[in-house]
Design a binder for this molecule. Structure first.
Ligand code: NAI
Length: 291
């Protein structure tokens, strides 16, 4: 039984996954190298749960139970007694490999190590470990508490037992599991690359502006968010890096070519909602352009 869960990285995804595990009554420890990020995560959880109480979806007792299940820790070693550790840090292979390799020195032999990577190879993350058989991909979607689907991705090294435990746990957390092969972008992020890429090409060719493309996809295509709203929601830095990884991993297949527009926004720090500006301006009083 997975009852103790460690989360590495308390950003957008780590915070949401912590909420999911705590709601399922796991005891959750969250670690981040950035203490401000830990504080932010705690504050965001308070706001999210307060809103759920206001909407009548949970009561205050439930809110306290969820918050009581989460603690915030300051060293990786503190995660040592976890049955399952889910990593949700920056999308860089060498940094993830370093964290996994260090983790192995603290954890029990039967602990499972999972990565929430959107696009990196699980096999190459596992290869940094002495026991690659206990490494698996567990890929949540944003926002983790709301999105039902989770891709569980076994690497070639992953044992059948670890895959089975990962699938069982995620189902116990009331999510729907798709077991995906360890290929770049897995299922959803691979399908999504041409969606973003083509929207960016339409903009770059001067055929329509962001607002018009988003409007068309929402009102006529039935999407809840347009591609530019979605990229701003995900984060332009995260979205660009995923595209770059998938493009490179598919031997520079033109279908996945990244966009200079997104690269420049990312370099400028226009990351989307989380930085207050992306394709759109989210600062107070800013008006959203009409299609
Ligand atoms: P984020 O930028 O919101 O948060 C990352 C956090 O990791 C930051 O708080 C940072 O301080 C921390 N961090 C960085 N290096 C660390 C280290 N060595 N040890 C501990 N903490 C460290 O990123 P986000 O969006 O939560 O993404 C995290 C992972 O989840 C990435 O691999 C991303 O590809 C994946 N992902 C992101 C989705 C999204 O929509 N943003 C959706 C699904 C997966």
């Amino acid at each position: 039984m997975i009852k103790k869960v460690g989360i590495i990285g308390s950003g957008t995804m780590g915070s949401g996954i912590a909420q999911v595990a705590a709601t399922a009554d796991c005891s959750v420890k969250v670690f981040d190298t950035n203490l401000d990020a830990l504080d932010r995560s705690k504050n965001v959880l308070e706001k999210v749960l307060t809103r759920l109480v206001e909407k009548g979806r949970i009561d205050t007792e439930e809110k306290q139970r969820i918050q009581g299940n989460i603690s915030y820790v300051h060293t990786l070693k503190d995660l040592g007694d976890s049955h399952l550790i889910i990593e949700a840090i920056v999308e860089k292979l060498d940094i993830k490999q370093k964290v996994f390799s260090e983790l192995e020195t603290y954890i029990a032999p039967d602990s499972i190590l999972a990565s929430n990577t959107s696009s990196l190879s699980i096999a190459s993350i596992a290869a940094a470990c002495d026991r690659p058989d206990r490494v698996v991909g567990i890929h949540f979607f944003n926002p983790a508490p709301l999105m039902k689907l989770v891709e569980v991705v076994p690497a070639v090294q992953t044992s059948a037992d670890v895959l089975d435990k990962a699938v069982t746990t995620i189902k116990e957390w009331k999510k729907v599991v798709a077991v995906a092969k360890d290929t770049p972008g897995f299922i959803v992020n691979r399908v999504a690359r041409p969606f973003y890429g083509e929207a960016l090409r339409i903009y770059e060719e001067g055929l329509a502006d962001f607002a018009t493309i988003d409007w068309a996809l929402k009102t006529k295509g039935g999407f809840r968010m347009g591609p530019f709203e979605l990229m701003d929601f995900i984060g332009n830095d995260v979205n660009y890096t995923v595209t770059e990884t998938v493009f490179t991993a598919f031997y520079y297949d033109a279908r996945y070519r990244p966009s200079f527009t997104q690269k420049r926004l990312s370099e400028a720090g226009y990351l989307g909602r989380k930085s207050g500006r992306g394709y759109y301006d989210y600062t107070e009083g800013a008006e959203k352009p009409e299609p």
